[in-house]
Design a protein around this ligand. Structure first.
Ligand code: ZN
Length: 227
């Protein structure tokens, strides 16, 4: 036993007071500053990404010698866990202001790209970021529902672009090559749609073209060789 019982008590009170002040400060940040909450939430999710990144036993990487039914079972198990958590924390209503067109390349993560894990944006993912009629319709509908910025992307090291640029591969995947050839024409079609063109002219809709750095998701200026 301590010879002076008051000292530990004083220390304990000081510690409790410090913890209390810290909690109040954290609570104040969370109540007052939405941007801080957004960034702290992003940092926490990012911590989760970093925890999962190196765990090869649970990824769907092609190097694994797993039969297809085992891969499907694993995907179902992960979905079950995720769905159970989501059921406990239902999403709030979403009214995205941004729509993106992104290639289907698995390395491009739109959550990381936007810094928004809630996915408060529309995303159209296609091979080579090429739009077709029904996707142009969908973007027009998204604009009618309140979208104010459409981000049309390409990305570095794109497999679809490589097919289009290689005469031998073009023979193997002719539809994909033809689609990539049409990318610019499709974009021009979208921009010429009366509902889209009117919003652009009125300053109510912004169209941005970017090239995503596939290795880190940085948004770069559109490549000079973009077709
Ligand atoms: Zn691609």
């Amino acid at each position: 036993m301590s010879s002076s019982p008051e000292q530990p008590n004083r220390r304990r009170r000081a510690v409790l007071a410090s913890v209390g002040l810290l909690l109040i400060a954290v609570a104040a940040v969370f109540i007052v500053n939405a941007r801080t909450r957004f960034v702290v939430g992003g940092a926490m999710v990012n911590l989760g990404y970093r925890l999962q990144d190196p765990i090869e036993a649970y990824d769907f990487h092609h190097a694994h010698d797993l039969p297809p039914d085992e891969i499907w079972k694993e995907l179902q198990a992960q979905n079950h866990m995720a769905a159970e958590v989501r059921k406990k924390f239902p999403r709030t209503a979403r009214h995205p202001l941004v729509a993106m067109v992104v290639c289907m390349d698995a390395r491009v993560d739109t959550n990381e790209l936007t810094g928004d894990t809630r996915k408060y944006y529309y995303v159209v993912r296609t091979a080579g970021s090429v739009l077709e009629d029904h996707e142009e319709d969908m973007l027009e509908l998204a604009v009618a529902n309140g979208v104010k910025v459409i981000v049309l992307t390409t990305h570095t090291d794109c497999a679809a672009e490589k097919v289009a640029a290689d005469p031998e591969k073009r023979k193997l995947y002719p539809a994909l090559a033809a689609a990539v050839d049409e990318r610019e024409k499709r974009i021009a079609e979208l921009l010429a749609r009366p509902a889209i063109a009117a919003k652009i002219a009125a300053g109510q809709l912004l169209i941005k073209r970017v090239n995503i750095d596939t290795m880190n998701e940085e948004l770069l200026p559109v490549a000079a060789n973009t077709k």
